[in-house]
Design a protein. Sequence first.
Length: 746
Amino acid sequence: MEAAYAMRIAAIVLALVATALGVALFTRAAVGIVRVIRLGRPIVGRRDQPAERWRNLLSETLGHTRMLQWTAVGAAHWFVFVAFGALFFTLLTAYGQLFNPRFALPVIGHWIVYEWAAEIIAWAGLIGILLLMAVRWRLRGQGRASRFYGSRTWQGVFVELVILGIVLCVLALRALEFRLLNSGGVPSGVDAAETTAAHFPLTWFLLPAGIPEQTLGTAIVVLSAVKIVISMAWFVVLGLNTTMGVAWHRFTVWPNVWFKREASGKPALGELPPMMVDGKPLDFTEIEDLDEDTPLGVSKVEDFTWKGLLDFTSCTECGRCQSQCPAWNTEKPLSPKLFIMALRDHAYAKAPYLQAAEESRASLPEALQAEAARPLVGPISTTDGLAGVIDPDVLWSCTSCGACVQQCPVDIEHVDHIMDLRRYQVQMESDFPSELNGLFKGLETKGNPWSQSPRGRMEWAKDLDFDVPVVGEDVEDLAEVEYLFWVGCAGAYDDRAKKTTRAVAELLHSAGVTYAVLGNGETCTGDPARRAGNEFVFQQLALENAETLTEAKATKVVTACAHCLNTLKNEYPQVGVNLEVVHHTQLLNRLVRDGRLTPVAPVDGSVAGRTVTFHDPCFLGRHNEVYDPPRELIEALPGTTYAEMPRSRERSFCCGAGGARMWMEEKIGTRINGNRTEEALTTLAAADGQGGTHAIATGCPFCRVMLSDGLTAKQADGGVPETTEVLDVAQLLLESVRRGGSPSLS
């Protein structure tokens, strides 16, 4: 009796002391996190459409819409998520049971619905956490191939063990409660006839009958204390580790999702936000009025916005972004996860320096002053000066494909942060890969990345047997036609892309679609400059095009370049131009459905049995969510078999050209385009068992260049038939339509 009493007293004291310590440390850490986030710069546009933001918040959190992109893991996490929240009531019950083993929550404590829900959720949480632990165990020892590579393993394992311990305590307590409830008097408010297993559907059988009532009571007190201590240990560890995103995201994910860039719930893809100064978009016509010390872009961690610092804090280290990153998958130093983790660690390490009064900073510890002095971008391994937080090779490996953003379950805006760092490096430090000098010079002086003559933009149309109307020459303005056909720099100058341009022009002409081009009046949209961090050149080109488009009365645009599509549609509203922009596959697919273009089967068997796979351009797919039209077009072609690559649609693997990487050499790791080409060829070979012809189709000239180069390299190595081609979807359609003998085509 005395031993049992002493055990109960010790359990109560331990639980209460742990609670006091856990709550104190957790509260202190939560306040500290808020103070760090408030160090960030202001940002506009994160509080608009509150109703939409609340709807999306509930959808992403309670509905787990983004987590369920990985179905099994997402479902397991949902059960753990629900258990974590719902079983909070069992923690309250545990505090009552410290003093009275028969304690139950008022009103609902013995309500059969609550009791069933508690048990079902606990069992589901147990299954869910065991599955998640099995996934982590299975991926151990895989090096870079593991999405957990670089994550803090002890933190993830600790959180999993805490959840496992709490769930097991809940189930054990339920079993003890059942035996205690049936060993003596019936609690007030409970019908004696109902004190049966009906209230304990899944746990009543866990313990045998006949255990003494006193033993049951003591066991409940002790186990309640264990449950409380486990819970408070979690609070203590969180309180001592403010950068423990694998745990803190349970609290920060709510504001991070609510304040995401797009109120609609779309990930932060498509347009890049404008350059910000003092929380407002920079007006480049007033650039001369800026203080010379005003940073253009991000040079220090405190230059990020408060939403950026909240992003860093929210990283769960789950590695979904890392698993999808084309740079990481080709042995380059960029991991979106490690990039965010490095910025988070630096922000929290530097925060005490930033929060100290300026006059007292010189007296701060040397280690803190050294952290504050670290360059945000610089070699991380150096014997000359302080190591940088982000290595330049990391910064310039990004293709801006958006796979990281698409996959992130807590809506971190990786690409925006990378581009803000690039902006500072280019515009303030003039520190960027040397290959970009040619790109910038060509854009500034010639209006195209290849430094070709602006007067040569209509060379692609010389071989056509019909006239292509030019605005200002053949038509006064675009009010006379349905569409402006935006050709783009690649479509005008690259020999392979010219074939796509001619195909689109012929198909539109054949379908009776009226259109015109800007001819020599067109210049680069500025996409390569902006993704390379040169906002000055982007603004120069965008404003020039804005004036041209306005004078031409442009309203509807069709383009065969995914990058032009994204810039004209999503970024030109920032310079005052709002257009209805469609990709050529969207328009052509509509024309086929409407019967204005008719694909015809081959009559001579020359291309019968062709197997085609489609590569999703990142700026067509992930950035603009155009997935079905190109596939529907291919599947509408008679004599064609369509084969889907394993990495497709939202998970499509980049070709390697985006983010201005088209103009930079891949000096580290393996080639991204080689990786993607190999996947395409493997898919075609697996789908075609009869030795037919093969084609890799795409809908972007950048992708076509990269995949063509990859295919050429594979064919040079042998084993790949010379008949295998990389073609634009428009070329495949034109080939089929021409077989119909349209009088408008040669």
